[in-house]
Design a protein around this ligand. Sequence first.
Ligand code: BGC
Length: 472
Amino acid sequence: MTLSRRKQKRLGALTAAALAVASVSALAVNTAGAQETPDGGDIAQAKVDNPYEGAQVYVNPQWSARAAAEPGGDAIADQPTGVWLDRISAIEGNDSPTTGSMGVRDHLDEAIAQGADVIQFVIYNLPGRDCAALASNGELPAGAIDRYKSEYIDPIVEIQSDPAYAGIRIVNVIEIDSLPNLVTNVSPRPTATPNCDTMKSNGNYVDGVSYAAAELGALPNTYQYLDAGHHGWIGWGDTNPEYDNFHASAALFGSLIGENGMTADHVNGFITNTANYSALEEPYWEVDQVVGGQAINQNPNVKWVDWNDFNGEIDFSTAFRDELVANGFNSDIGMLIDTSRNGWGGDYRPTGASTSTDPVTFVDDSRIDQRFQKGNWCNQAGAGLGERPQVAPEAGIDAYVWIKPPGESDGASEEIPNDEGKGFDQMCDPAYEGNIRNGFNMSGARGEMPLSGHWSSEQFAELLANAYPPVN
Ligand code: BGC
């Protein structure tokens, strides 16, 4: 497969770029103070609408130290990032290079020491994890739902419910890359995988996510955000109803209400783009713009869009929020968007719309997202840091957050034996020419990358160099 000239240039220039760095501010400094502990009052009322409002957000010292040790990394080392609980041993702390030695209690204690008002945990250990991919398969086999509940969720609930932590708002981002797979990667879709078929038929994703949301959501100071993919995954609906991912995914989320005692009040919102690369918006073109006599999203030749209804995460998140409310969630839910790696700055970022009247050229030359295809998810070459974390950037959006810690790999670029349950996914191999889930495009992945969650100085440097807004 031949690379376009522009992309070849891009891939050849991965490490080239001068860094201009200076300090940037973290989320707004706390003015609100700690949340009061309710005395058995109505939980929904005790919780604030947007936990990020007026809050200082916890900086994970382990990520911060790694970032600060990189050239220019000081400029972003004070940013809050997600604390991933990616295996049972991460609850107490372990010796993995990913999660490091700090357990849940250590992080909470440290958050109090920092004077933080919000801490962000990622609940990520479902049985049969990552059913459409291999790079982040986990330790629990497809049937191990009882262990998930008793050895993973219950101990986290126990720690988070300790009155010592009642004054801190605990954000729980729940199970990345799980439920939308049950819509898009199951039979009879051509994109089905055997593992996703299994997780649909055994019900353990639905069981696990609803259990996690219900148990964690019953605590007075927690805020649950369920993972809702991104526009390049479930943004198909109205323009091409034959593959409706959008309405079907919202309906699936709605079906969790009532499972394991999960109520709408247990869910404070949803997060999109976690650990992904989809841009917030395309500044130079609209997805339904008419070019060459036809709307872009009706044109079968424009593979980049391929009938998607959206052009970025802001529009998608906002629309998906409405759809979730229509499916039973509270009207005051808020969205989060992970902007840790969706900046797409650097030398190849266009500065205006293309003047071409050929729709394919127009889109390829106008778009800031430089991926070969929106289904590409592993260590995307050319990516940059996105918007710094910030509170309430748009109506309906509680915050831009950095849940995926920049510098941590999405997956190994070649097979690496390990005891973390992680497999090798070809989507992380730069030479891979793709499969049906990415329209048989090149993977766009960086080479020489370690196991998912492990640190890559090279990727960190590239994200910093290609940051947009730039880091300076
Ligand atoms: C990995 C986890 C890691 C997380 C954050 C995931 O892809 O599977 O082990 O904690 O990324 O980097």
